[in-house]
Design a protein around this ligand. Structure first.
Ligand code: ADP
Ligand code: MG
Length: 725
């Protein structure tokens, strides 16, 4: 029996398999076909690389892109595997050399493009080579339904016939059933081991924020990710250029990537990003397939993707190393009108309808106050099992009902008084009180609502209009410059017969609530060393060590070879290649910092981290509020102390009280009489909505207070029992 666990540790430097990896490895070793659908970052490569390292003759890997091949081969060589690729970038003589070695069975891994298989005579030579099995990576490229169909992949349909006795293992991250069926059918897999992993990417934090001044918002978001690599997606080439320039002008190193750039420039921008020479790549959807960079820490969408599939694929490029990463979408409803023309260009009526339906679903994702993870997974027909995913804005921050009737009336009255003949921009200008030529010449600076909303800013009014459209209180009519009209339901709000209630996400004070416990100083030094050594070898930095490995070094401070080997991702070869250099930096650092204690505590923390994918949790922020409340501070004071909004603190207190007995006295927050009255109102109106309760209190209790009392009521059995009197 081959010891796959020993090999996992020795070659790959990992202490355990991920979900499904072990089964797949065993199946290949037992000579079975495999079809595995696993999400990005799920660890597909190891599934064929490990058996390849054990079976004599190794593995032929079919992989779609030449640029990917090089990185993968570099990474395989870096862990000591005998790997190579065969493609047109090699000189003729190098190609001959590789083929000769292939025919001797000299490689553990040989990467080929599908085009290569189709070259005359090549298949014959391959058939004479003694390799042990074949792997088809990115197998969705064979499907015309996939997002990156490659006609050359169709040639793979013949593989099964040509190599009837060898195991064939196909891998893809594409989740749609249609594509999966296509793959199985076209590859003629025989009774394969079928693996369909969950599509959940627990390390990705999903967040949607209303778009206002997008470039400014993007720059601010990136500042939260100092020194971390990320991708910014924009819809148009023009916006890509503008955003890249905006960021560069503000000291964030960023390069553009889109199909309008010359191939050479595109390539070199991608390289620079890959090698951590620039922090950010700003790109259209043209960017993606060719990148295998594992340490992308954030993906920002400046515009709405056209469907959830694209959103999943694009955000999926973050956190391939399974470390926490942030997916941030800036949303404005206006994107519908920018995307619609692309869909309307489609020839086929059915496709057009499907496209629009998909776009609407994408909008619903951004607009509905529901767990983002659940919505993404539902798109792939996967039901998410947990109540709270712990890693999206909705689940972590919670949502708040807002009565926006007055705002709605301001907007609607502007629409009404201008005969429903203007679009979003103009209406916003009126409410905001812009002094544009158009406004003046139309006399719109004379109407009653002109300038009533200056204080809130234009972005606010755009968001209000978005929310009104989303709820069907307004509708947008017409093509490129749609006009805003009131619907019947909208008129009811305008004339005060109905309220306009919408949702806001509670104080998203911190996008990703990760408290990093690693040593940032040492991390920077190791990052630099990684880059220098990678440059010297002409490979991307993450090929040497993943961010995860570096972070572990910065918690554990390994000082000798044994300790270095214990770091995840360090196997024998990496130890001997890079161990000395990295250990030297760590030892120097420790010498400069005698105060650092490497102790059981650091090790224990580390263990905890490794125990599973880390959930980003809100518990830390709750604890902070709790501690301050225990000291006797009120909502306002806690808010001021923490630099957060009172509403956020009230939300925290609600959750704290909900959890039941906590040692906090509700009477520190509310006078007994008022508490009693609030309890009675909740009894009368139910707990679901705050508004009726607050309204019936006639100004004596605000939303924050009502919220806290509601939490208290939910967390206690006999609420009124200890009230005096
Ligand atoms: P995929 O091809 O499925 O997107 P990769 O094969 O590129 O994913 O692997 C993603 C990351 O996970 C890599 O950094 C890889 O080293 C790491 N990885 C794979 N298997 C394991 C494991 N068993 N333990 C720890 N890390 C792993
Ligand atoms: Mg892969």
């Amino acid at each position: 029996m081959m010891d796959i666990f020993a090999q996992l540790q020795r070659v790959f430097g990992f202490s355990s398999f991920r979900n499904n990896q072990e089964d797949i490895v065993e199946a290949i070793l037992a000579g079975r076909d495999v079809f595995a659908v696993m999400p990005t970052g799920g660890g597909k490569s190891l599934c064929y690389q490990l058996p390849a390292s054990l079976l004599s003759g190794g593995c032929i890997v079919i992989s779609p892109l030449i640029s990917l091949m090089k990185d993968q081969v570099d990474a395989a060589i870096a862990i000591g595997l005998d790997a190579a690729y065969l493609n047109s970038t090699l000189t003729q003589s190098k190609q001959q050399e590789v083929m000769a070695k292939m025919q001797r069975g000299g490689y553990q891994l040989l990467y080929l493009s599908p085009e290569r298989l189709a070259l005359p005579g090549f298949l014959q030579r391959l058939k004479q080579s003694p390799f042990a099995f074949l792997a088809v990576d990115e197998a969705h490229c064979i499907s015309e339904w996939g997002h990156d169909f490659r006609p050359d992949y169709l040639a793979l349909s013949r593989i099964r016939e040509e190599f009837p006795h060898l195991p064939l293992a196909a891998f893809t991250a594409t989740a749609t059933e249609k594509v999966q069926e296509d793959i199985t059918r076209r590859l003629h897999l025989s009774e394969p081991l079928l693996v369909r992993a969950s599509f959940d990417r627990p390390n990705l934090f999903y967040q949607v924020v209303p778009r206002q001044q997008v470039n400014k918002q993007i720059a601010e978001a990136i500042r939260e990710h100092k020194g971390e690599a990320g991708i910014v997606y924009r819809l148009s080439r023009n916006d890509v250029e503008k955003t890249a320039a905006y960021l560069s002008a503000r000291g964030i190193t960023a390069l553009p990537y889109h199909a309008g750039l010359e191939a050479g420039e595109r390539q070199s921008n991608q390289e620079a990003f890959n090698r951590d020479e620039v922090q950010v790549i700003v790109a259209t959807v043209a960017f993606g397939m060719g990148i295998d960079k594992s340490n992308v820490r954030f993906v920002i969408h400046g515009d709405l993707p056209k469907n959830l599939e694209s959103y999943y694929q694009e955000t999926g490029r973050a956190g391939r190393d399974n470390e926490p990463a942030h997916c941030l979408l800036f949303y404005s409803r206006g994107d519908f009108f920018r995307l619609r023309p692309f869909i309307e260009q489609l020839q086929d009526q059915q496709e057009r309808e499907f496209g629009l339906q998909q776009l609407r679903r994408m909008m619903a994702f951004a607009e509905q106050p529901k767990c983002r993870r659940r919505a993404v997974l539902a798109y792939f027909d996967e039901e998410y099992g947990q109540e709270n995913c712990g890693a999206c804005d909705i689940c972590v921050h919670g949502i708040e009902e807002i009565n926006g009737t007055i705002d709605a009336q301001k907007v609607m009255s502007a629409i009404y008084r201008t005969d429903q003949r203007f679009g979003v921009g103009h209406i916003v200008d009126i409410v905001y009180g812009a002094k544009s030529k158009r406004i003046v010449s139309l006399g719109h600076d004379q109407i009653k609502t002109y300038g009533v909303g200056r204080k809130e800013g234009k972005g606010h009014w755009r968001s209000v209009i978005d929310a009104l459209l989303a709820q069907g209180l307004l509708r947008a009519e017409g093509g490129e410059y749609p006009l805003l009209k009131l619907t019947a339901a909208g008129e009811e709000v305008l004339f005060g017969k109905k309220d306009f209630i919408h949702h806001a996400i509670l104080g998203p004070e911190k996008a990703v609530g990760q408290e990093d416990s690693h040593d940032q100083d040492l991390f920077s030094r190791l990052q630099l060393l990684r880059r220098e050594m990678a440059d010297a070898e002409g490979v991307p930095p993450y090929v040497l060590f993943s961010d995860r490995s570096l972070r572990e070094m910065c918690c554990r401070y390994p000082e000798n070879e044994a300790e270095f080997l214990a770091v995840s991702g360090v196997g024998q070869v990496k130890l001997s290649q890079y161990g000395a250099a990295f250990l030297a930096v760590i030892r120097d650092y420790l010498a400069e910092h005698p105060e650092i204690e490497k102790g059981p505590q650091a090790a224990a923390e580390e263990k905890e981290k490794q125990a599973g994918p880390k959930r980003l949790s809100s518990s830390d922020t709750l604890t902070e509020t709790f501690v301050l409340a225990q000291e006797g501070l009120g909502v306002e004071e806690i808010a001021a102390r923490r630099g957060l909004k009172p509403i956020t603190i009230a939300g925290h207190l609600e959750q704290i009280f909900q959890q039941g007995e906590n040692g906090l006295d509700i009477l520190c927050f509310v006078e007994p009489d008022l508490l009693e009255e609030l309890c009675a109102q909740f009894a009368a109106h139910g707990m679901a909505r705050l508004k009726p309760v607050v309204e019936s209190m006639g100004g004596r209790a605000d939303y924050d207070l009502a919220r806290i009392v509601r939490g208290y009521l939910e967390g206690t059995d006999t609420p009124l029992s200890f009230l005096p009197g």
